[in-house]
Ligand binder design. Structure first.
Ligand code: SF4
Length: 420
């Protein structure tokens, strides 16, 4: 514990040779490839596209040890093309894969709790992982999401913002003990209220502990179009305007390059970076979401005033993004990544079109069977791509139909919803 009256230490993370993230620095914007990592040419092309469009970091999924040679090849081809954008490996469930990725890329994102089902073993693996990262100068993101908290923590504290912050503090405590400070932490949720409360609680606990690690902000599974943009802006702006947040990703179920102007708008508005040129309509939506969403979410106001000059539809969307009034279903959809094995963007559009009358229902459309079911914590119904032309349908987190052919899956989902 820090000495009494001692101010907390605000830490910075160094990502590669040139990029720093942390207190007092402008927010860094990042995104993630949705190509298959094993398709080296496509992933290199997308990294180049994203770096050229302003991404300051690019994340790539690394599903297993078999993808490590491709990761190395991707890095080598980018560097040979004079592209120095730092790469972040996204790893789930496999500590062995995380150890190898840490030797190749500038940063590795993990959820340490899923390194192993046995919590003590996960802790031991995380301690070993920090030593590999120390040796190779690799930064770490401790990335916990609402819905993927370990059972040990939800049994004690429920699936709450406090539980998210406590779970993160356990891993940060291990970093402090190991004197490993090259760490960024995230606590994403699809529910903007949960997300904002979790980050605030984490900041409070880090300040109390005396070490404030840089924060990666994001509203996970925000969906697409204006709904995804509004929801992302409300969650991220609520924190940035309080001085919370050092790097951000706007997750949209769209090509990843579309995320960058939204992220750049947020970084410019709250961090003083150059304002991106945006189409007038998009700029209008983002500005309105940032002007009114945080005040609604914080319950500083109950309605958007007439004087704002917004049309009713935009007001409805902002009210829903701030979770103050629901006028349509609430959609949760992941952005997709190298684990996605089906037409996620097209399926999401079809699900939206067929379910838009189900006001108040929470419907998730997720890109993979590995992480999708765990991530759709709030959903009444889930539509999860298995790959191989098959879909699983979930109700309240439990699978009710598996291996449904793609072509029939939306009909089956609607039948189940009608049965109730
Ligand atoms: S849930 Fe979506 S974004 Fe997350 S790992 Fe699966 S496909 Fe990728």
């Amino acid at each position: 514990m820090k000495a009494k009256n001692q101010p907390p230490k605000y830490l910075k993370a160094k990502i590669g040779k040139h990029l720093e993230i942390g207190h007092g620095l402008p927010p860094v914007i990042q995104t993630m490839c949705n190509t298959h990592t094993s398709d080296v040419a496509a992933t290199v092309a997308q990294c180049l596209e994203l770096a050229a469009a302003g991404a300051q970091m690019v994340r790539i999924t690394v599903p297993g040890l078999g993808d490590i040679p491709a990761l190395k090849e991707i890095r080598d081809r980018l560097r040979a093309a004079d592209c120095e954008v730092p790469l972040v490996a996204d790893i789930h469930f496999s500590s062995a894969t995380a150890f190898e990725a840490a030797k190749i890329v500038e940063k590795v994102r993990i959820n340490p709790g899923n390194f192993h089902p046995d919590h003590d073993t996960a802790r031991r693996e995380f301690a070993r992982f920090l030593e590999v990262c120390r040796e190779h100068g690799t930064a770490v993101r401790v990335g916990l999401n609402h819905g993927s908290l370990g059972k040990y923590i939800t049994d004690l504290y429920g699936n709450t913002p406090e539980a998210m912050a406590l779970a993160a503090m356990e891993w940060l405590e291990m970093c402090i003990d190991a004197e490993f400070f090259n760490v960024v932490v995230s606590l994403k949720a699809s529910n903007t209220v949960v997300m904002v409360q979790a980050y605030r609680e984490l900041v409070r606990r880090m300040q109390e502990r005396g070490y404030v690690f840089p924060l990666h902000l994001g509203v996970t599974e925000a969906g697409n179009g204006e709904q995804g943009r509004i929801k992302s802006c409300i969650g991220i702006a609520s924190l940035l305007r309080e001085g919370i947040g050092d790097t951000l990703r706007v997750s949209l179920t769209e090509p990843p390059v579309a995320e960058l102007p939204v992220a750049a708008y947020l970084a410019a508005r709250y961090g003083g970076t150059p304002m991106p040129g945006l189409p007038q309509e998009e700029e209008h939506i983002l500005r309105a979401a940032c002007d009114w969403g945080p005040a609604l979410l914080n319950r500083e106001i109950d309605e958007i005033p007439e004087s704002a000059g917004l049309d009713e539809h935009l007001k409805d969307e902002i009210m829903q993004g701030a979770r103050r009034r629901f006028y349509r279903p609430e959609y949760i959809a992941c952005p997709g990544c190298g684990r996605t094995m089906y037409d996620l963007q097209g399926s999401f559009e079809q699900v939206k079109a067929r379910t838009d009358h189900l006001k108040g229902m929470v419907i998730a459309v997720m890109g993979c069977i590995v992480n999708g079911p765990g991530e759709m914590a709030d959903a009444d119904w889930g539509y999860v791509g298995e790959g191989g032309g098959k879909v699983s349908i979930y109700r309240k987190g439990e699978p009710v139909l598996r291996h449904v052919p793609d072509s029939e899956a939306i009909d089956r989902l609607l039948e189940l919803i009608e049965k109730g």
